[in-house]
Design a protein around this ligand. Structure first.
Ligand SMILES: Nc1ncnc2c1ncn2[C@@H]1O[C@H](COP(=O)(O)OP(=O)(O)OP(=O)(O)O)[C@@H](O)[C@H]1O
Ligand SMILES: N[C@@H](CCO)C(=O)O
Length: 318
């Protein structure tokens, strides 16, 4: 019987935690915003077919698709050969968008294989495998998309700890408008824009912003958390890749939006809003002024408390 698996979109960095903070999101209207993988049957040789709004952005040769790459990595990690699988991917996240598209496919694939074969890998081992697979795409291992997409919520990475990451408190009334303009930015190229070394003063500002944000989230001081949201690492370096940002920020601030940041490596932006009403205005503004072609999309989201999972109602996928 076909099994359906889902993993949500994610925003890496969240302005104050370059490579260390990431959040999973879901549209408030109940739509799915993430990739769905079907395991249809076992067969002699693994085979992948594609559908979904953004499948045209993927390599036509499915041997280069991350889903099949993850199946190889999963078998290598187990140290044994597994049966071939007939797989189908519903690609619902645009590639090179800043919504953690490659991470989403990696997470749904690794989660699905582990579930299908009776959970041979522990949660931390699976997360590590996901991060390594993501590192193969972006040029360096970072967990800020795979961890929230796998585990859900707002996740703080804990490098060096066996926990790998920890879910932080959130504000339930916060809404996040995600607007993807329909154009592409390669994560690898956006990472290369960031200088390999930063001045000490920037390092201190970065640590201060992240500490201020995390402590404010724990004590639920909303004004302090919002005031802390300033990107001193990625945004200054990536500003040239996203020249519209200052004008968008000015207009959205006028509408009452609390913060506008780059989602992951861009070009998607996220507008953090303290009410549904402001989020609706922000979504209308971004759809009118930042969407550039028919691939573009804008969603009003809340935090997705659950990450990767089996899907009970497959009629939800396109
Ligand atoms: N299933 C898949 N999903 C996404 N990308 C894939 C997949 N299979 C192969 N790829 C390739 O992986 C690369 C992903 O590039 P990149 O890391 O820039 O995008 P991304 O992960 O979608 O970006 P972001 O995290 O900013 O959304 C592309 O070259 C794409 O063709
Ligand atoms: N932290 C990563 C996320 C990529 O989606 C970056 O900004 O490069």
């Amino acid at each position: 019987m076909t099994q359906y698996y889902y993993a949500p979109a994610s925003t890496g960095n969240f302005s104050v935690g370059f490579d260390l903070l990431g959040a999973a999101f879901e549209p408030v209207n109940g739509q799915l915003l993430g990739d769905v993988l079907e395991i249809r049957a076992e067969c002699a040789q693994s085979h992948l077919s594609l559908s979904g709004r953004y499948h045209h952005q993927l390599p036509t040769d499915t041997d280069h698709n991350l889903i099949l790459r993850c199946y190889q990595l999963f078998q290598q990690r187990l140290g044994k050969e597994l049966p071939g699988l007939e797989l189908h991917l519903h690609k619902e996240l645009p590639v090179g968008s800043g919504l953690g598209s490659s991470a989403c496919s990696i997470v749904v694939a690794c989660y699905a294989f582990n579930h299908y074969f009776g959970e041979p890998l522990s949660k931390p081992d699976l997360l590590q495998l996901m991060a390594e697979a993501e590192g193969g795409v972006s040029g360096s291992v970072h967990y800020d998309n795979v961890a929230p997409s796998y585990l859900g919520g707002l996740q703080l990475m804990l490098p060096g700890s066996s926990r790998l990451s920890r879910a932080l408190p959130w504000f339930d009334h916060w809404r996040v408008v995600l607007c993807y303009p329909g154009t592409t930015l390669s994560t690898k190229a956006a990472r290369e824009a960031i200088p390999p070394q930063l001045p000490l003063a920037t390092c201190i500002d970065f640590a201060a912003g992240l500490s201020r944000f995390i402590s404010a989230m724990y004590v639920q001081d909303e004004a302090e958390a919002l005031a802390a949201l300033q990107d001193v690492v990625a945004e200054p370096a990536r500003a040239l890749l996203m020249p519209e940002l200052p004008a968008l920020r000015q207009a959205l601030t006028g509408l009452g939006v609390a913060h506008l940041g780059i989602s992951g490596a861009g070009p998607t932006v996220f507008a953090l809003c303290s009410s549904e009403q402001i989020a609706e205005q922000a979504a209308a503004y971004l759809a009118a002024h930042y969407e550039k072609n028919q691939d573009a999309m804008t969603h009003i989201c809340r935090l997705a408390p659950q990450g990767a999972r089996t899907l009970k109602d497959p009629t939800q996928c396109s």
